[in-house]
Write a protein that binds this ligand. Structure first.
Ligand SMILES: Nc1ncnc2c1ncn2[C@@H]1O[C@H](COP(=O)(O)OP(=O)(O)OP(=O)(O)O)[C@@H](O)[C@H]1O
Length: 233
């Protein structure tokens, strides 16, 4: 297993953000984390990433505890966040080369990743001038330069218009041979991309299954309907 989480709990004061979560993710899975606002998804994912401690429970990532913070382990992860930061006054290419240099990865490799995410035409555009879709591509590229063994994507399509969102799907699909932990509120996207999804509500897992399994279990036609049936139950 690439990720093993057992009995994980985290409170903020009286609020139970993560309330006894157990799950595992296999190598090569595109694993979706779904749930209503405030369900505890970000808290759970940040604990798995080793960016936040849990109150109790265990997390092993690539066979190692992710807390106390483990810089060697972090170096093997690729993390794209909602607030991915860019080097200002840099072009897309310059930004990515700098990110790569931080990981001791060559500029040649960085340029290859820029091509991979479909940003060749915007390579000389300053990061401030990139469109929302291009910014997300660059954020994903930044998480990919060091060829991580595990990639975390946090709502990469959240702020995109419908066309840009669909266009990004191609890139996301191309990542499907990797192990990806993918948070989203777009159920159509999760249905297309994810091998399995976990649905989280009030800090607890409501279901973990394939999109097809969840549809069958709820007698619904789409993952969105299955989700709505499960979180309303
Ligand atoms: N640093 C914090 N201090 C106090 N409460 C917090 C903190 N971070 C999160 N919470 C609370 O914990 C609960 C879970 O929040 P979390 O951000 O993990 O949910 P989420 O599922 O990621 O939500 P969203 O879909 O809106 O991003 C929420 O009630 C939130 O208000």
């Amino acid at each position: 297993m690439i990720i093993e989480v057992e009995g994980l709990r985290k409170r903020y004061g009286p609020r139970k953000a993560v309330d006894g979560v157990t799950l595992s993710v296999r190598e090569g899975e595109f694993f979706g984390v779904l749930g209503p606002n405030g369900a505890g998804k970000s808290t759970l994912v940040e604990i798995i990433e080793g960016l936040r401690p849990a109150d109790s429970g265990t997390v092993r990532v690539l066979g190692r505890p992710s807390w106390p913070r483990d810089l060697d382990l972090l170096a093997r992860l690729g993390i794209q966040t909602q607030s991915s930061a860019f080097f200002t006054r840099h072009t897309a290419r310059e930004h990515l080369r700098r990110v790569a240099a931080l990981h001791r990865v060559s500029s040649v490799k960085a340029d290859g990743v820029l091509t991979l995410v479909g940003l060749d035409d915007s390579a000389d555009t300053r990061v401030e001038k990139l469109s929302g879709g291009q910014r997300q591509r660059l954020a994903i590229a930044s998480a990919l330069t060091h060829d991580p063994e595990l990639l975390f994507l946090d709502e990469p399509t959240a702020a995109l218009d419908p066309l840009a969102r669909k266009q990004l799907w191609g890139l996301l699909k191309s990542l499907s041979d990797r192990t990806v932990i993918y948070t989203t509120h777009h159920l159509d996207e999760a249905e297309t991309l994810c091998d399995r999804v976990a649905i989280i509500q009030r800090g607890q897992i409501v279901a973990v299954d394939t999109p097809v399994g969840l549809r069958e279990r709820t007698g619904t036609a789409t993952l969105e309907d299955a989700y709505l049936a499960l979180v309303a139950a």
